[in-house]
Every structure is written in C-alpha cells, then in structure tokens.
Design a protein around this ligand. Structure first.
Ligand SMILES: Nc1nc2c(ncn2[C@@H]2O[C@H](COP(=O)(O)OP(=O)(O)OP(=O)(O)O)[C@@H](O)[C@H]2O)c(=O)[nH]1
Length: 615
C-alpha cells in the first residue's frame, strides 16, 4: 500500500467512525468535532450546474439519483478507492455493511431510499451523511462530499425554508478551515452569478482552499470561450481552474457510458482550438488526480494536529469518565458484586465514624458521660422520699396490722416505686444513641463517593440500615429495662442488715414524743431508701451504657447490613439492575462520553497504524 492510499484511507476510516458515532460536524454540544478536524472535499454548485455529472465522471459510473427539484437532500460522502485493474468494481454503504453492490442502478435506488429513510417523504433535508464507498480500477483515491445543490426557489412539495436550509447546511461544511471546496459553475453562465463562487468567495476570500470547476464548455455560444475564467483572469484562485465537458442530456438519454464519455472529453480538449494548450490540465480525470494529490498533501500536513487533537480529547474524556464513574456491568453476578462493593464502601465509612477517624462516635460517649448522669440526677426522688410520702407508703404497706419491728413491706414498696423512675433515663439513653447512629448512617451514605451515582441503592441502603437500627433499639430497650427490673426484683440484703437497729429511748413517751419519734422514724427510712437508690443509680449509670453499646453500637458495627445482604442475595438480575439505576442525566452523559472515547481511540489506532506504515 502506498503512502497516498493509506493517508486518504485513514481519513475515510476515521470519517466512517465519526458517522457511526453520530459525529458529522454538526452541533455536538460540549465536544469538539473530530470530523471538523479532518480535511475533506465538499462539492458545491447551483442547481443544474453539472455537479452530479462531475461526480459521476470522476467515479466513471452513473449512480446518482436524478429528477426534478432537490434530489440531493443529505450529504453523500463518496469514498473512492482504487483497486487493481481487472478486479470487480463494487460499491458499499456504511449503513449496509457487508453488502456489495455491483449494479450501480441499485446503488442509485439505495441512495434515494436511504435519503427518504431519514428525511421522510416530506422532501426535507438532513445533515446526517450517507457514506458510500466505491472500489474501482477507474478511480483515484479520493473522498468527496456531495451536498444539496444551491437553489433559489423551492419546488412543489418542498417547504419554502428549504432554500435557506440548504444554504446553511452547505455553509456549515465549506466554512470549516479544513474543507476543500470544489466549486462547480457552468460555463454558459456569467461566472459572477455562480452560486458556488459566491459562497466560496465569502468563506474563502483568498481562494486558497477553493478549486474552481467550469462545466458545459461545449454549450457556450459560438464565438465565445471560457479562457478568461480558466486562466484565472475573471476570478482568481490559488489553484488552477479546471474545465470539463460532461455528458449532455441527450447523451444521458442515449445511455452513453461514462468511460466512453471520458474518452470523448479527452478528445474534446485535445482537438480544441481554444483549449488545446491547456488540454493536459483539463477534464474530469485530471481534476480527480489533482484533487487526490492535494487532499493527500493536506492530510499529511494535518496529521500532527489531528494526533494532538485526538490525544487531548482522549485525555479529557477519560478524566470525565473517571469523574462520572465507569459503566456498570450487565450480568447479574457482576452487578451483585458491584452492589456488595458499594455496601462495603459505605460500611467502611460508617465504621470510621464509630471507631474514630471520622467524627460522630464521640457523641455516643457524650450520651453516657453527660446526658445519662444528668437525667439520673434529675429524677424526683426528693418528692418520692418526702416525709409525707414515706409516711403514707409505710402506713399503707402493712394494712390493718402495723409492722412490729422493721417496716419490711414499706421499704420494699418505697424502693420499688423509686426504681420505676430509672426506666425513663434508660429508654432515653437508648433513643439518644439510636438517633446518633441514624444520623451517622445518613452522613456515611452522603460521604460514600461511589454511591453518589446510584440514588436507588442509596435509598434502599438507608432504609435497610435504619430498619436494622430499629431492631437494635428494640433489643437495647428490652435489655436496659431488664437491668432496671433486675434491680427491683432482688434487693441487696447486706445493705439492710447493716442498717443500725432503732433503739427505744427510756421514759414514758408522751403523745408529742411519740409524734416526734414517728417523724424521726420515717425520716430515717426515707434516708435509708435514698441511700439505697443512690447506690442503684450508680450501678445503672455504669451498666446502662454497657447494655446500650452491646445491643446497639456493637451490633451496628457487626451486622448493620446483614439482613440487607441476604435480601440482595435473593434478587434476580432485573431487580439488581434496578438497584443500580442511575441518575438518567448522568447515564446519558456517560453514554455520550464513552461513545466519543471509543471514536477517539479508534481514530488513534488508525493514525498509529498509518504512522507505523510510513516509518
Ligand atoms: N452538454 C453538456 N451538458 C452538461 C454538462 N454538464 C452537465 N450537463 C447537463 O446539465 C444538466 C444538469 O446536470 P447535472 O449534472 O444533473 O447538474 P446538477 O448540478 O447535479 O443538477 P441538480 O442535481 O439538478 O441540481 C444535465 O442534463 C446534464 O446532462 C456538460 O459539460 N456539457
């Protein structure tokens, strides 16, 4: 393969990749277009200027749709590749891969049908190109983009806006600095009024990327010639003008074949009295060679900047992909694995909050160190052990037969009554720790970067963790309340044995001394009970935290997601992918990104391959 073939072929392959991935130079949002960076030849001309004829002549085949009105309604990217003499000529469409067309009448029909497939029968135009590759011994390596003919009026069935739409589309191609403009003008019309030249003058005023083609030289009025144009006096371009003679309508009707018509064109110039001196630089075959050489040299010059554009884009896209997160696997096993990984990432952060490294765990200690002791201190034992209440409880405890020695029942009642008060602080500690844990779950989910993409999983995870925390709370409540009940169920015997026995003071007690005696008696009972209660309070102040940590904190660390894991393990593929549902906007963005990345990587491989071949 020669360098020339490989360079034009390279651009062809990149262009095809661009079209497959939806990059055809139009508005691609934030992405810069690779298509635009590629040199290409756009064929521009007014209606009936002979555009189709020139293209067919370059190809050496009849294959373009004919008809009245605007026939070309989508760009046609025509990639010509020379094959060895004697090999069969064939055509291939990008949208019909692997199908070889050897009948060019069928190619024409397919172009028509494919045009309608995208534009509908409404005769609208569309910027999405049709790619046609022609492999033939009769072509040079060249890629041309055939665009709708510039027109002044819409015909029946076509919207008025089409005139402007066509101009905009053609302009969007030719205004790109990498576009080589093949401007077709008929010789039997004043060059100053040529649509192609008017547009090219606008977008390429110095004429460095415009190739002027003059058609219909044979149709000029007798006695006139186009030398002023062909020799660059009428309108100066950097590249020489090329004159051509295509088949006339009569030739077309007679089915004069293209190869014969090329021969006739050669003869026309060779025998022409006016153009004879230019004959080696005229005609469609010469035009094709000229363009091929030029395109090749432009591509060669552009390769370094194309390479750097590709590399820059790959870099940007990869960093964006990293930011967006890689796409999720589609098979259930991999999805399950992903979910478990995400859960573990969350769990790790949650544990860091509890065990240190991240804030939050210290607040649990705050509950035990401040909140619980303060709540215990505030319990209304003063009221419960007031003289009045002690008297009431002690008196009622023994019924009709007052106690003889120590008021055993009375003590029990007073103590049991007081112990009930501990239930409040016990439950409050459980709840306080519960809310801290819940808050830490919320925080940890927020801090798990990997989860950000998956709102559904986030919600499910939060729900599962909170459910587990509820269960731990219930368990913890039962346990702490049991601690309180245990204190009430068996009183410390030693304490009461060690209480000093009350002794009778001598003499006959008078009524008032009896009263005073009774008052002192109740006060002593009250203070004994208070002492006992304080002892219990001290015990609970130590044991409630142990129960809470055991039932809630330790369990949260050990088995917060255990239940969730079993649930997830039972899920089917579809439910798993639902869990991994992403934010749709993000998904869309990633999809675009990964498509672009694929394109640029494919392009890089192509460029690499060619660079290696050239070494
Ligand atoms: N005699 C002669 N006729 C030509 C020449 N070039 C084109 N024609 C005729 O001019 C008419 C229009 O040519 P096309 O090639 O269809 O022109 P076009 O610009 O593609 O036209 P639209 O696609 O309809 O816009 C056809 O009848 C051709 O046969 C030429 O060099 N000499």
């Amino acid at each position: 393969m020669t360098t020339m073939e490989s360079l034009i072929g390279l651009v062809n392959r990149i262009q095809r990749a661009c079209t497959v991935l939806g990059d055809y130079g139009g508005d691609n949002g934030a992405f810069s277009s690779l298509w635009e960076a590629l040199p290409s030849v756009a064929v521009v001309g007014g209606q009936s200027s002979g555009k189709s004829s020139v293209l067919e002549s370059i190809v050496g085949r009849d294959f373009l749709p004919r008809g009245s009105g605007i026939v070309t309604r989508r760009p046609l990217v025509l990639q010509l590749q020379k094959i060895d003499e004697g090999q069969t000529e064939y055509a291939e469409f990008l949208h019909l891969p692997k199908r070889r067309f050897t009948d060019f009448g069928v190619v024409r029909r397919e172009i028509e049908e494919e045009t309608n497939r995208v534009t509908g029968r409404t005769k609208q135009i569309s910027p999405i190109p049709i790619h046609l590759s022609i492999y033939s011994p009769n072509v040079v390596n060249l890629t041309l983009v055939d665009l709708p003919g510039l027109t002044k009026v819409a015909v029946e069935g076509q919207p008025d806006s089409i005139v402007q739409d066509i101009e905009n589309m053609v302009r969007s191609y030719v205004e790109k600095p990498n576009c080589i403009i093949l401007a077709i003008s008929p010789a039997n019309q004043d060059i100053a009024t040529s649509d192609a030249i008017k547009l090219s003058r606008e977008v390429d005023p110095t004429g460095e990327r415009t190739f002027g083609v003059l058609t219909k030289l044979d149709l000029m009025d007798k006695g006139t010639n186009a030398l002023d144009v062909l020799e660059g006096r009428s309108y100066r371009l950097q590249h020489p003008w090329v004159g051509v003679v295509n088949r006339s309508q009569a030739d077309i009707n007679k089915n004069v074949d293209m190869i014969a018509s090329r021969r006739r064109e050669r003869e026309y110039f060779a025998s022409s009295s006016e153009y004879g001196h230019l004959s080696s630089k005229m005609g469609s075959e010469y035009l094709a060679k000229l363009l091929s050489r030029h395109l090749e040299s432009v591509i060669r010059a552009r390769i370094p900047s194309i390479t750097s554009l590709i590399n820059k884009n790959i870099e940007e896209l990869e960093s964006e992909m990293d930011h967006l997160g890689r796409p999720i696997a589609v098979d259930a096993g991999a999805q399950l694995y992903t979910i478990l990984e995400l859960c573990r990432a969350f769990d790790r952060i949650f544990k860091e909050h509890l065990e240190g490294g991240r804030s939050g765990g210290d607040r649990v200690y705050g509950v035990f160190d401040n909140q619980l002791p303060a709540a215990l201190k505030k319990l209304p034992f003063d009221r419960h052990l007031s003289l009045q209440n002690v008297r009431k409880v002690i008196s009622e405890a023994d019924g009709y037969q007052p106690h003889l020695i120590a008021p055993e029942q009375g003590y029990r009642r007073l103590i049991e009554g007081a112990l009930q008060y501990f239930r409040g602080p016990a439950e409050a500690s459980v709840d306080a720790v519960h809310f801290i844990l819940k808050e830490l779950v919320r925080k940890s989910i927020g801090e798990t970067q990997e989860l950000k993409r998956f709102p559904t999983l986030q919600a499910e995870l939060a729900a599962a963790a909170n459910e587990a925390l509820e269960r731990f709370r219930d368990e913890s409540k039962k346990t702490t309340l049991r601690l309180v009940d245990m204190e009430a169920s068996y009183l410390t015997v030693d304490f009461f044995r060690k209480l000093p026995q009350e002794v009778e003071k001598g003499g006959n007690p008078s009524a008032s001394t009896i009263d005073r005696y009774a008052e002192g008696h109740f006060r002593r009972i009250g203070s004994n009970v208070s002492f006992y209660i304080n002892m219990v309070s001290e015990t609970l102040r130590n044991s409630i935290p142990k129960a809470v940590v055991y039932c809630q904190v330790r369990e949260a660390k050990r088995s917060l997601l255990d239940f969730f894991y079993t649930q997830v393990g039972k899920k089917e593929g579809k439910q798993l992918s639902q869990l991994l549902d992403e934010d749709p906007a993000l998904m869309e963005r990633r999809q675009q990104c990964s498509k672009r990345l694929e394109l640029y990587k494919a392009a890089r491989d192509e460029v690499d391959a060619v660079s290696w071949a050239r070494v």
